[in-house]
Write a protein that binds this ligand. Structure first.
Ligand SMILES: Cc1cc2nc3c(=O)[nH]c(=O)nc-3n(C[C@H](O)[C@H](O)[C@H](O)COP(=O)(O)OP(=O)(O)OC[C@H]3O[C@@H](n4cnc5c(N)ncnc54)[C@H](O)[C@@H]3O)c2cc1C
Length: 441
């Protein structure tokens, strides 16, 4: 057999699962080359990201090095700059130390995920915090502690109130779970501060839709709503943030467009939407809602051998699009794509994508959750326990699983940690322009 080169772009759930499955098919087949490109050298276990903010889990424990997960694949830690489906190559950005690289492929898997969507609200983008990356979670944790430290010695009640007001935008998984963790963290943390009372801390969750966690049944989302309110979180549904200057958050009531209000706060956390990464938005592929349209084999129409999976893809048939983008869906995409590539290499028939929904769960603060699985609807402590067990078993690295399990158990018996990590928010690299590249064949 002639050598076949499989190139996977993106080291998230979809990319890593696809690489691992391909490795299991072709581990000792030296005619198959697998290459994985990602801008980070680790897989981030996003469902546990909000717990990094609260300090329940140590940051290192929810990231797994790509080189430990993928043993055969050649790994490039780099940014994809250009995808050329006609010449069948992908160009990676260079750095000040190293020139760019061009990688040629026979099969391509695009699994580049998504980035935060600010819907064109430039001032919100400039001043708010996001929850997509490990750096985001650490920055946010630092911010919460910063605000408590400043408020402790603040004499002006108006400034103090503003420092202790925290607003989360977006009532989906990321927003609700982050709101729950932040609220618990702040309420526990105030015990260290002599001049801050529990009631001084205000956490508000804003959602433009009519309900939070809209993917769940009505009763479960109602339960989540009232549990968060009981824990002290104010929830505003059918409200949208229209502007934020770093001090004042302007909110528009959607049921009455003339009604505007302002919340004084320095901390806005934006989880209200995602959009595909720029490289996909600027690609030659046909997009729908900004995502690459794929057929029932998860292949891009008119480009045989090129697949798009995970958050950055959308099936062309409406009936198959009823599932929200999640890690489980990305995993299912990845497994089928690896299988279909194997079939293509062996000149056999490809399989169509069929997804069996396994259920979903969300944590809503410490010891509470909601879950629906196998026809059952579960709330409270048991749902929280189910969430923990499910996601622990989903972690692909056993060592990290043990570390997270230990973190959770130590947290049950210990006082909250309010030490801040020495970490700067802006870590942008200075990339070298693409004027020269190395060809990798
Ligand atoms: C806070 C939070 C909580 C969540 N909770 C849950 C949950 O409880 N359950 C659930 O199922 N889902 C959850 N999700 C959603 C889940 O994380 C996504 O659906 C899943 O990560 C999608 O996988 P993916 O591989 O398509 O994309 P990602 O995991 O986003 O992976 C994309 C990868 O591509 C890399 N990349 C992007 N652009 C480039 C480029 N130009 N060059 C090189 N590399 C690039 C990224 O760094 C990343 O490694 C949550 C998400 C967040 C943010």
């Amino acid at each position: 057999m002639t050598k076949k080169r499989i190139l996977i772009l993106g080291g998230g759930f979809a990319g890593v699962d696809c690489a691992r499955k391909l490795e299991s098919y072709f581990y000792s087949d030296y005619d198959i080359e697998i290459t994985l490109v990602s801008d980070d050298n680790f897989l981030l276990f996003t469902p546990m990201l909000p717990q990094i903010v609260a300090g329940t889990i140590a940051p290192r424990h929810i990231v797994m090095p790509l080189r430990a997960l993928c043993k055969k694949a050649r790994i490039y830690e780099s940014v994809v700059r250009d995808i050329d489906p006609v010449q069948q190559h992908v160009t990676l950005e260079g750095t000040p130390e190293k020139i760019g690289v061009r990688i040629h492929y026979d099969y391509l898997v695009i699994a580049l995920g998504s980035e935060t969507n600010f819907f064109g609200l430039k001032n919100v983008e400039k001043h708010s915090f996001t929850m997509k990356t490990l750096a985001d979670a650490i920055s946010l944790r630092n911010r919460l502690i910063d605000m408590l430290e400043q408020a402790e010695n603040e004499k002006n009640p108006k400034i103090k109130k503003r420092l202790l007001t925290f607003v989360i935008v977006g009532g989906g998984f990321a927003g609700v779970e982050t709101a729950g963790e932040i609220n618990d963290f702040l309420h526990e943390a105030v015990s260290y501060y002599h001049n801050i009372k529990r009631d001084d801390v205000r956490v508000t969750l804003i959602e433009a839709g009519t309900t939070i966690l809209p993917g769940f049944t009505k009763n479960l989302s109602k339960y989540a709503h009232s549990r968060l309110e009981k824990n002290g979180i104010k929830i505003l549904v059918q409200n949208a943030v229209t502007s934020f200057d770093g001090k004042n958050i302007v909110i528009k009531k959607l049921s009455d467009s003339s009604s505007e209000s302002i919340i004084d706060s320095h901390t806005l956390i934006w989880t209200a939407g995602v959009t595909p990464v720029e490289i996909i938005q600027n690609s030659v592929f046909k997009l729908k809602n900004g995502k690459i349209i794929v057929n029932e084999f998860l292949e891009i129409p008119n480009y045989p051998g090129i697949f798009a999976i995970g958050d950055c893809s959308q099936l062309d048939s409406e009936t198959n699009n009823k599932f929200p983008p999640t890690a489980q869906l990305a995993e299912a995409h990845a497994k089928l794509t690896a299988y279909n590539i194997k079939q293509m290499i062996e000149n056999k028939e490809k399989k169509k994508f069929e997804y069996k929904w396994k259920g979903q769960s969300a944590v809503i603060g410490k010891r509470y959750g909601i879950a629906e699985t196998m026809g059952m609807k579960i709330t409270g402590f048991w749902a929280w326990l189910l969430w923990r067990n499910y996601y622990l078993t989903k972690m692909p690295n056993i060592e990290k699983r043990i570390r997270v399990w230990l973190d959770w158990n130590i947290d049950l018996f210990s006082r909250i940690d309010i030490s801040r990590y020495g970490f700067k928010r802006d870590t942008s690299k200075e990339y070298r322009e693409l004027d020269e590249v190395d060809d990798v064949w």
